[in-house]
Design a protein around this ligand. Structure first.
Ligand code: FDA
Length: 311
């Protein structure tokens, strides 16, 4: 209950233009500014520097150009071109070829055709350079369209892509079977959005129990699933389930967000698990940043300290 309240409070704040203005002014201004704890930088150069540093510690990476919900086809085209430039820059930099994209950034909220065309452009460029493209999952109104577009492109031969399922949503257990049947890769998360009770579990215990059930379905029957969580209980449940089934560490991976639970990140690498860091970058970091605060309001303390220190 408290979790849901905190999430909706911060999602509400995320719509405040004054706060956005204030945060944008101070959040990334200096090397130690507060938003840099969760965001790798505003430019691709900063993101590539972070990616290299993370890879040196034995982690895998995926790069995410932040942005969501564009308002017209021109903005969707601009976001797509930014991704195409990022693909070239990643190749030139020699870091791991793995990116994450959001479909509303490519025009899903405008019309499906625009979005599919833009995603195809990214998948074509990615395929030419042997990239893996993860399609992030957004809030529930977009879930069916996202899975449907993914499935259509998968069946059209785009096999360099994977999708995300959220354990908060009732439908995800069936969706896991659907994606397993395709033989495609799933990233499992709890879900970052405030969702209505008609479609989603409201209690953390139910979200966690569903996470464990879906994790088991993916680790047992899926293709190289990604278990994306900072929750030690979910991580331990995954390790125990895989070990009990004799499933090798190379057949699945853990993922965490840049800057969160760095202690656990290091421990997974030290224990020989496959582990990937999600590295977000770009100027449109504010909504992503606010979702991270909503997940753990204790983070607000260091943000406030950061803002006061910046003035
Ligand atoms: P939970 O929220 O229960 O937290 C467990 C513990 O982790 C906390 O007690 C705390 O110690 C730590 N923790 C969690 N969040 C923290 C924070 N912000 N700051 C500090 N500590 C924190 N969601 C989505 O809807 N679509 C998507 O595509 C993705 N993609 C994605 C990729 C990757 C790699 C990850 C790790 C997560 C996502 N998410 C996502 C976000 C996900 O849905 C979820 O909101 C967060 O991971 C938080 O949930 P946890 O599983 O960490 O558990």
């Amino acid at each position: 209950m408290l979790d849901a309240l905190s999430k909706s409070f911060f999602h509400g704040l995320a719509r405040s233009q004054t706060l956005k203005h204030l945060a944008s002014r101070y959040g990334m201004r200096r090397p130690r500014s507060f938003a840099r704890r969760f965001i790798a930088g505003e430019t691709i150069d900063e993101a590539l520097d972070s990616a290299r540093a993370i890879q040196r510690t034995g982690c895998l990476i995926t790069l995410d150009q932040l942005g969501e919900s564009v308002n017209n086809a021109g903005e969707a085209d601009a976001a797509t071109r930014t991704y195409l430039t990022a693909v070239d820059r990643i190749v030139a930099a020699g870091v791991e070829r793995n990116i994450s994209v959001k479909l509303t950034q490519l025009g899903l909220g405008i019309d499906r055709g625009t979005c599919v065309d833009n995603l195809r452009r990214i998948l074509d460029a990615a395929r030419a350079h042997e990239f893996f493209v993860r399609i992030d999952m957004e809030n529930s109104p977009y879930v069916e369209a996202t899975l449907d577009i993914f499935e259509t492109l998968w069946n059209a031969g785009y096999r360099n892509a994977g999708v995300v399922l959220q354990s908060a949503l009732f439908r995800s257990e069936e969706d896991a079977k659907r994606v397993n049947a395709l033989g495609a890769r799933v990233r499992l998360v709890k879900g970052a959005y405030t969702e209505p009770r008609a479609v989603a579990h409201q209690d953390k215990a139910d979200v966690d129990a569903a996470f464990v059930r879906i994790m088991q379905a993916l680790v047992a029957d899926g293709v190289y699933p990604a278990i994306a969580t900072h929750d030690p209980k979910m991580i331990d449940a995954t390790k125990a389930f895989a070990a009990g089934r004799g499933i090798a560490k190379e057949r699945y991976e853990f993922q965490m967000l840049f800057g969160i639970r760095r202690d656990l990140q290091a421990a997974l690498v030290a224990d020989g698990y496959m582990f990937r860091v999600y590295v977000p970058f770009g100027q449109q970091w504010f909504p992503y940043f606010m979702r991270r605060l909503g997940e753990r309001p204790a983070n607000v303390g260091f943000v406030l300290k950061g803002i006061l220190g910046e003035r």
